[in-house]
Ligand binder design. Sequence first.
Ligand SMILES: Nc1ncnc2c1ncn2[C@@H]1O[C@H](COP(=O)(O)OP(=O)(O)O)[C@@H](O)[C@H]1O
Ligand SMILES: [Mg+2]
Length: 260
Amino acid sequence: MRLRAEGLAHAYDGIEALGPLDLAVESGERVAVIGPSGCGKSTLLAILGGLVRPSRGRVLLEGEPPRGSLVPLAYVFQDFALLPWRTVEANVALPLEDRLGAAERRERVRAALARTRLADFARAYPRQLSGGMRQRVGIARALVVEPGVLLLDEPLSALDAQTRELLLEEMLGLTAGATLVWVTHHLDEAVRVADRVVLLSARPGRVRAILPVPIPEAERGRPSALAELARLRHELWGLLREDARRAEATLGAGPADAGA
Ligand SMILES: Nc1ncnc2c1ncn2[C@@H]1O[C@H](COP(=O)(O)OP(=O)(O)O)[C@@H](O)[C@H]1O
Ligand SMILES: [Mg+2]
């Protein structure tokens, strides 16, 4: 599904947090959004997902303003955002509540759990799962609505390095062909998952640069792709470095791991 943001800007209580910026994501395209801490990445995603109403500008899906409660967008959160008192299957079923018939709901949940290899944990509670499994629940909950656009806000940032690598590979398979906007702190992650990387400036985040990743996704895990990916990463870090340094000095909090 095609997604556009036009003249998007947001202020919290008069403090400019984002934009103005324009963004166009084609159907089936994967866009990574990167930028210094506090530049408005989460705000951008929340606006795209309809969770926050922008101060200025608008979002268009297939050329139209999103309407109704069946907006075909799904979210994956950094902290998983699971309800601890609900089982895995009840968490995954959440976005379908009051929608579809009971039989179709059950079938969708079953299929989403199977795809994310959680079928055996349907009755478990989030506290009984590892971090990687919890995020697989978060992904299943996003896939269950069969979204036209998938919005991911640092989906791997709460995980250790090896889990991150494993889940990244798994997510690339699960989201093949999907239109997605993937916010990340990690440059390596950005050049691995995206067709284009959008780099935002320091707050209020504006589009500073857009870099295409000219290597087919399937080849990016190969040694032959390493030099080109490293070159891209180096170029991105060159553009980001000063903003990241300033953000780190002014915020004084939060992980400044963009160079890691
Ligand atoms: N609910 C809020 N109320 C007030 N300020 C906020 C709120 N959410 C975010 N901000 C501020 O807006 C700016 C952008 O935040 P955010 O979108 O979370 O940035 P990022 O995800 O890039 O780190 C930051 O300065 C942040 O402190
Ligand atoms: Mg954020």
